[in-house]
Design a protein around this ligand. Structure first.
Ligand code: CMC
Length: 464
C-alpha cells in the first residue's frame, strides 16, 4: 500500500481513527504555520515583541504590525510606502522582479490577447470572467448608462476652452456626486454596483466631451450599437455633419490600451481612491480624487510628458544630450516613460503596448514616422547605458501608449484622460472591495514630527 501524498490517497485506506489523527496533525501543522512571528527588539531594554506573519496566496509575506504602537508607543517610518502593505486585496497581483501582472489570477498577456475590455471590467468587478450570457447582460447594462445628465453638459461651460482635459475631468467626475442621490448608501452592495456601472459607462462620454469642448465642437452622444472602444472613438471624432467609421485595428488597439491600464494594484491613484473612500465619502468624489493623483507626471501624466519630451528632443542627433541630462543629478529632467517603482526587469504592459504600437503604425503606414523612429532609437540607447542598466530603468507602458494614441489621432493633452477612463474600473473595484471588507477602517497614517518643540507665544510687541 503506497501513499500518493501525505494525507489523501494513503489515509483513505486507513481506519477512521487514523484519518482523524492525521487530520489533527494537519491542523496543528497549519496552526504552527499561522503562528509564525517576527521578533522586534527596540533596543531600549524592553522585552522583544512578537508580530504575526501573514501570508497571501502569492507574493511576499507581511508582518502584521497593527498592534505595534499600542504595545510599544513607537510607529514605523516608511515614506513612499516602500515596505508597507496598506491593505489586503484579491484583485490584482504584481511580481515586479519577474514582470508578472495578474488580474484576478489571469496573466495580463492572456487577457490582452483573448478578451475585450468589457470582459476585463466584469472580471475586475466580479472576480470571474463572464460567460457569453453574462457578458451580453453586462454590455447591455453598461450601454444603458452611457449618456450623462443634460445638466452635467452645462458644467463644461464653466471651464475655459483651453483648460487641460484632466482639470475638466477632475471637476466633471467630481460633479457626478451631485447627480445620483438614489445610490448614496455605500453599505448597500447593489448601490455600490450601480455607481460602478455608471462610472464605467459614463467615463468615455465625459472624456470625449472634454475633448469636444476644448476644440469647440458640439458634444456627440454615445451610440449604443458600437462597442466600448468604438463608441469612444465615435464620440471623439464624429461630428453632427459627418459620421466616424472606425477601423477595427485601431479600435482594438484602443481596447488593448484600456485593458492594460484597467488596474495596477495599490499604486498612488488607487491608494488615493481607497484613502478618500475610507472616510465613507461619495464614490464619484473619490474617483475624482484618483483622477487628480493620476494627473502627475510621475504617474499617469507620464504618457503626455513622454510625448512632449520626444517632440522636444526632435531629432536622433539630440538623444545623447537628453540622456546626459537624465543622468545629471543637478538637472531635474528625467527620461519620461522610463522606470517604475515595482517593475525592475520589464513592464509586461510595455511589451504588449510595444506590439500594439507596431500593429497600429503598420496599419496606418507610419513605420517611418520620425517620432516613432526617434522613440525606438532612444529606447535602444537607454537600454545599453550603464546608468539605466544599473538602476533597472526600463521603458514602461507609457513610453509606447503615447505613440499609439498619437497614431490614433488623439491629441497629446488627452492621453492621461484616456488612462483615467481605463483605470476607473480598477479604482471602483478596489473601492468596493475596501467598503465590503469588515476590517476596513479610516486610513490615518502617522508621522515623525521634526518641527519646533513646545514653546511659548511671545506677544507681538515683544517679538524680535
Ligand atoms: N530617468 C532618469 N533617472 C531615473 C528615472 C528616469 N526616468 N527614473 C528613476 N531614475 C533614477 C533616480 O534618479 C534614482 O537615481 P539614484 O539612485 O542615483 O538617486 C534611481 O533611478 C531610482 O529612482 P527613484 O526615483 O528612487 O524610483 P521611484 O521608484 O521612486 O520612482 C518613477 C519610479 C516611475 C516615479 C520614476 O522612475 C520616474 O519618475 N519615471 C519617469 C516617469 C514615468 O515614466 N512614470 C510612469 C510610471 S508607469 C505608469 C504608472 O503606473 O503610473
Amino acid at each position: 500500500m503506497e501513499a500518493c501524498c501525505r494525507y489523501c490517497g494513503f489515509c483513505k485506506q486507513l481506519d477512521r481513527a487514523a484519518v482523524v489523527l492525521l487530520a489533527k496533525m494537519k491542523t496543528v501543522e497549519n496552526d504552527m504555520e499561522q503562528k509564525r512571528t517576527a521578533t522586534l527588539d527596540l533596543g531600549n531594554g524592553s522585552l522583544p515583541l512578537e508580530f504575526p506573519i501573514m501570508a497571501g496566496s502569492m507574493g511576499p509575506e507581511v508582518v502584521d504590525i497593527r498592534s505595534l504602537h499600542a504595545r510599544s508607543g513607537v510607529f514605523t517610518y516608511d515614506p513612499g510606502y516602500f515596505s508597507t502593505a496598506s491593505c489586503s486585496s484579491k484583485i490584482t497581483f504584481i511580481d515586479g522582479d519577474a514582470g508578472i501582472l495578474l488580474y484576478r489570477g489571469y496573466p495580463i498577456e492572456q487577457l490582452a490577447r483573448q478578451c475585450d475590455f468589457m470582459e476585463v471590467c466584469y472580471l475586475l468587478m466580479n472576480g470571474e470572467l463572464p460567460t457569453s450570457d453574462q457578458k451580453m447582460s453586462f454590455d447591455n447594462t453598461i450601454k444603458e448608462h452611457t449618456m450623462v445628465h443634460e445638466q452635467l453638459a452645462r458644467f463644461y461651460t464653466g471651464f475655459r476652452r483651453d483648460a487641460h482635459p484632466m482639470a475638466v475631468m477632475v471637476g466633471v467626475v467630481g460633479a457626478l456626486s451631485a447627480f445620483y442621490h438614489d445610490a448614496m448608501d455605500i453599505s448597500d452592495a447593489a448601490q455600490r454596483e450601480l455607481s460602478a456601472f455608471r462610472l464605467v459607462a459614463k467615463l468615455p462620454t465625459i472624456t470625449a466631451m472634454a475633448y469636444k469642448y476644448n476644440i469647440g465642437q458640439p458634444f456627440i452622444y454615445p451610440h449604443n450599437n458600437l462597442n466600448y472602444a468604438e463608441n469612444f472613438l465615435h464620440m471623439m471624432f464624429a461630428t453632427p455633419a459627418e459620421e466616424y467609421k472606425s477601423n477595427p485595428v485601431l479600435a482594438r488597439a484602443l481596447d488593448r490600451i484600456l485593458i492594460l491600464h484597467a488596474d495596477h494594484e495599490q499604486n498612488a491613484s488607487t491608494s488615493t481612491v481607497r484613502l478618500s473612500g475610507s472616510s465613507g465619502a461619495n464614490p464619484f468624489a473619490c474617483i475624482s480624487a484618483g483622477i487628480a493623483c493620476l494627473w502627475g507626471p510621475a504617474h499617469g501624466g507620464a504618457n503626455e510628458a513622454c510625448l512632449n519630451m520626444l517632440e522636444e528632443i526632435g531629432d536622433v542627433s539630440r538623444i545623447g544630450e537628453y540622456i546626459k541630462r537624465a543622468k545629471d543629478k543637478n538637472d531635474s529632467f528625467k527620461l519620461m516613460g522610463f522606470g517604475h517603482r515595482v517593475y525592475k526587469n520589464f513592464d509586461p504592459r510595455a511589451k504588449l503596448m510595444r506590439e500594439t504600437c507596431h500593429e497600429v503604425l503598420n496599419e496606418l503606414g507610419l513605420q517611418n514616422d520620425p517620432l516613432f523612429k526617434l522613440a525606438m532609437e532612444l529606447e535602444k540607447i537607454a537600454l545599453e547605458d550603464e546608468y539605466f542598466i544599473s538602476r533597472k530603468l526600463y521603458p514602461n507602458v507609457d513610453f509606447y501608449s503615447g505613440i499609439v494614441q498619437r497614431a490614433l489621432g488623439i491629441p497629446v493633452s488627452m492621453f492621461t484622460a484616456i488612462f483615467a477612463m481605463a483605470r476607473t474600473v480598477g479604482w471602483i473595484a478596489q473601492w468596493s472591495e475596501m467598503i465590503s471588507d469588515p476590517e476596513y477602517k479610516i486610513g490615518r497614517p502617522r508621522q515623525l514630527y521634526t518641527g519646533a518643540a513646545t514653546r511659548d507665544v511671545v506677544t507681538i510687541a515683544l517679538r524680535k
